[in-house]
Design a protein around this ligand. Sequence first.
Ligand code: SF4
Length: 213
Amino acid sequence: MRLKDRKNIADLMLEAFGRAFPEASCSLDQDAPERLAVRGILSAQCTDVRVNIVSKELFEKYPTMAAIDEAPEKDIMDIIRPCGLYKAKAASIKAFAHLYEGQWGGEVPRDTDSLMKCPGVGKKIANLIVGEVYGIPAVVVDTHCKRVMYRTGITDSKDPLAVEKDIMKVFPEDSWISLGHEAVELGRTYCRARAPLCGECPLSSFCARRTGD
Ligand code: SF4
């Protein structure tokens, strides 16, 4: 599809999203920037609802990054086990707390390159953090966003980094943060991985409706 046509779909998509999901926002708890970052790490292959429950327990026991930095990794593992991938996630959380307390001087970095120096923090989580914490335009391409952008014809790729680049070419910068949340809403509600509800979908009149994820 030509760039012009993709831009046209992007414009229509933003209009439809505005009407369908005016309240779309990040569903992770956001009581502190560094805690949001930890929740981002926990969110890989886990629901936001579960992440919020599990992180509440984690922060009750270890309220600060200094406390997490000092905590036994095994104890972190035991607490976060319900989120899955708990060994890798515990190592990432410990690494994040250590960087935060040391190299980062008690602040969450504003740039994705610094954040991605932490093991387990990829572009998706880094974009989530800079977008939600600092309002810096960044697109969070999760599994829902990836699927929606492919099916609608915004991208030909299924690689998250390439999808992100294609999004950035056709959507205005000031839409990037909310776009990720809106795409998640659409993916959960209509554009499900299996049996999408195209007949009821607010994008139905202009979507390319390509099959696959
Ligand atoms: S019309 Fe169908 S394929 Fe297109 S975004 Fe909606 S649910 Fe997904």
